[in-house]
Design a protein around this ligand. Structure first.
Ligand code: HEM
Length: 409
């Protein structure tokens, strides 16, 4: 085992699974030294991951003064707004925020987005096909997996069509490493998003639309959400919704392009088979590599020799739990058929988390993937990967997981 874990190491980012497997052999949770000098407990066992995510002794509230102090600026204030969101809360605050949000994300409202998602998908596929005809190659992340979820969140938030290009550009910028763009561009994008969402909330208060966000703005139950909470919610929906779904679409496309028999089976098998591809990508690719950080409020004995002291930082590594061989035989193999009813169905994966913070957008994410993947591969049946899959760069860090680029021709 390396003396410390460096999440920025490109080799680890591309394939962290051997490391997690070795860690799991030491026990279902292990204390690890991180490259930044801090320590954390990484939970890699499936049962223990579920136990931690449903145990109130693991708090989601970040400790006061968490992270390095940064000079005050409009961008820092925007980032500060995001920090007020529901993933950073425990009961009873979390119960109130969650109840109000669940009321807006009903299955009926989410399913009603289907025709709009179909239209957005077809538009992007047409653009991609035009680019391939002109330039012979394109990046599937840049041209498809990134813009689709951002445009869908635009629908959820009720962002007018005319503003969608701005939303896409600002989101692209705030998600980019600071050194990848011109100086100040990332901060400027944070400030623009902050100003835009503030104005959007004012607009939705005056004239609500038929979008999910308008429901949140206008739900007066339990006093409703205040403007600060709405702002945090807009940021949370954008970030929880786009980067994860982008990784799901990118990882699924990569698996299908490198497993032609699975692609052929999905084409033949119809919706049930496509749904199995989506579930297997969620398990095998874990678009959210780890959950958000938890902190123990007291000493917790997780069993299997894992005793976590009070006030410890804990990360549930979903990518590791989803490949626990005790629950998923041959865990490193991409095998959609393990999710088919005919083969007895695998244990439920943990890609959307578990317990009180279970993903609120799981239905929307599944709907998007179930629409986007068949449409992409039907419209472009000869799509092939234009890079060595073992050389693709991956997103660094322990939070999100997926290829940064996916060159296709
Ligand atoms: C493939 C796509 C997605 C994956 C893998 C995913 C995964 C997750 C996970 C693991 C959590 C729990 C994190 C934790 O316990 O620390 C979570 C929470 C959440 N997700 Fe998702 N998510 C996805 C898409 C979406 C979408 C599309 C939306 C909304 C538009 C969304 C909104 C949320 C929200 C609001 C929470 C916080 C729930 C709470 O704190 O109670 N997610 N997601």
């Amino acid at each position: 085992m390396p003396a410390h874990l460096d999440p920025a190491d490109p080799g680890f980012a591309r394939d962290p699974y051997p490391y997690y497997a070795r860690l799991r052999e030491q026990g279902p949770a292990a204390r690890v030294a991180l490259a930044n000098g801090s320590h954390a407990w990484l939970v890699t066992g499936y049962e223990q991951a579920r136990a931690v995510l449903s145990d109130a002794r693991f708090s989601n509230v970040p400790p006061r003064g968490a992270g390095r102090p940064k000079p005050d600026s409009p961008a820092e204030r925007a980032r500060g707004c995001l920090a007020r969101h529901m993933l950073n809360t425990d009961a009873p605050d979390h119960v109130r925020l969650r109840r109000l949000t669940t009321a807006a994300f009903t299955p009926r409202r989410v399913d009603a987005l289907r025709p709009r998602i179909e239209r957005l998908t077809d538009g992007l596929v047409a653009e991609l096909s035009g680019r391939l005809a002109r330039e012979r190659t394109a990046d599937l992340v840049d041209a498809f997996a990134f813009p689709l979820p951002v445009l869908v969140i635009g629908e959820v938030l009720g962002v007018p069509e005319a503003d969608r290009a701005d939303l896409r550009e600002w989101t692209y910028r705030v998600g980019s490493p600071a050194d990848a763009l011109e100086r100040g561009a990332v901060d400027e994008a944070w400030s623009s998003l902050h100003a835009y969402f503030t104005a959007l909330i004012g607009h939705k208060r005056r004239s609500p639309g038929d979008d999910l966000f308008s429901t949140l703005v206008h739900d007066a139950a339990e006093g409703g959400l205040d403007d600060g909470e709405l702002l945090a919610m807009a940021f949370l929906l954008l970030f929880a919704g786009y980067e994860t779904t982008m990784n799901l679409l990118a990882s699924a496309s990569l698996q299908l392009l490198t497993h032609p028999r699975e692609l052929a089976a999905a084409r033949r098998g119809g919706p049930e088979r496509w749904a199995a591809v989506v579930e297997e990508t969620l398990r095998h690719g874990s678009p959210l590599e780890g959950t958000t950080w938890r902190r123990t409020t007291e000493r917790v004995d997780l069993g299997g020799g894992a005793v976590i002291p009070a006030e410890a930082s804990v990360l549930v590594v979903l990518a590791a739990a989803n490949r626990d061989p005790a629950h998923f035989p041959d865990p490193d193999a991409f095998r959609p058929d393990r999710h088919l009813a005919a083969t007895g169905r695998a244990a439920p994966h943990l890609a959307f988390g578990h317990g009180p913070h279970f993903c609120l957008g799981s239905r929307l994410a599944r709907l998007e993937a179930a629409i986007a993947l068949p449409r992409l591969f039907e419209a472009l049946p000869d799509l092939t990967l234009a890079a060595d899959p073992l050389e693709l760069p991956y997103r660094p860090g322990l939070l999100v997981r997926g290829p940064r680029r996916l060159p296709v021709r």
